[in-house]
Design a protein around this ligand. Sequence first.
Ligand code: NDP
Length: 302
Amino acid sequence: MNIDKTSAPVTTARTPVTVIGLGPMGEAMAGAFLDRGHRVTVWNRTASRAGALVARGAHLAPTVDDALRAAELVVVSLTDYDALYAVLGSADPAALAGRVLVNLTSDTPAKARAAAAWAAERGATQLTGGVLTPPSGIGSPDTTTLYSGPREVFEAHRATLEVLTGTADHRGEDPGLAALLYQLNMVMFWTALTSYWQALAMADAHGLKAADIQTLAVDALNLKQFVEFYAPRVDAGDHRGDVDRLAMGVASAEHVLHTAVDAGVDGALPAAVLDIFRRGMAAGHGADSSSSLVEVLKKPNT
Ligand code: NDP
C-alpha cells in the first residue's frame, strides 16, 4: 500500500495484518483481527504459542522476514525494545522497507523515539502505541490505545487499529509521546494498585478479607474528584492550603505507617510516602496544600 503523505489511502477493515509477538497481548490482538475477517500473519520467537491462532486461521510465518513481507501493517507487541531489536535487528532491510510498524511494545519515550529513527533509517514508519487495557479488553469498543507518530500514516490505518481498541487516539507527531503518556498512566496504576495490596495486607493482619473492604477500596481508589479539583490549581501554580495542608498530611501519613508497623506488616510503602511528605515540610510547604509535593517531586531526590 502506498503511504506517501499526499495520497495515503484509508485502509479497510479487511487490510492484511502481521502481528509479531504472541504474549497475552499479541495473541489477543491477532485474535481480534481474525474475528473481524482480516488475513492475519503471525510470528513469535516461541512458535508453539501460535497454535491456537493457526487453528483459527492465522498464517504462521516461518521467519521474521516472511512475516514482514506478508503485510504492510505490522503490529509489534513484545516485552520491551530490547526484544524489538532482538527480533527486527537482523531482518532483511528490504523486508522492513515500506512497512508501518505499529509498535505497541511499552518502554521509555527515549527508546520509542530511537526506535522510530531506527525504523526510518530502514524505510519503515513507526506508529508508537500505548495500550490502556489488559488483553481481555482487546477487540472491545470501549477500550483505548494512545498513538503518536505521523498523523497521515495513522489516519490511513485508523480503521484497522480500531479493531484492537474501539478508540484509537492520535495524540501527536512525536513518536515518544504515546510512550510517555503510557508511562504516566502506569506510574499512577502501579502505585495505586500497590497501595491496594498494602491495604489488603494490613486488613489481613486484623482478620479482614478483601471482600470486607471491597467497597471502601473502590471508593478510595476513585480519585476523580481530587484530580478535577487539583488539575487547574496545579497548572496555575496554586498550592494554597485552604482545603488541605501538608502538615496535616504528614500527621496522617504517620498514622498510616504506625498502623502498618503495629500490625506487623511491611511498612516500606507508607514509609516512602511519609518520606516524601516530610521532604515537602523541610522545603517549607507545611502550610501549603499537599499538591505542593509536585514541586518537591520535580527535582531528583538527592
Ligand atoms: P509479554 O512480556 O508476555 O510478551 C512477550 C512477547 O515478547 C512474547 O512474544 C515473547 O516471545 C517476546 N519476547 C520477549 N523477549 C524476547 C526476545 N528477547 N526475543 C524475541 N521475543 C521476545 O507481554 P504481553 O504480551 O503481556 O504485552 C506485550 C506488550 O504490551 C508489553 O510491552 C506490555 O508492557 C504491553 N502491555 C501489556 C498489557 C497487559 O496487560 N499484558 C497492558 C498494556 C500494555 P516468547 O513467546 O518467545 O517468549
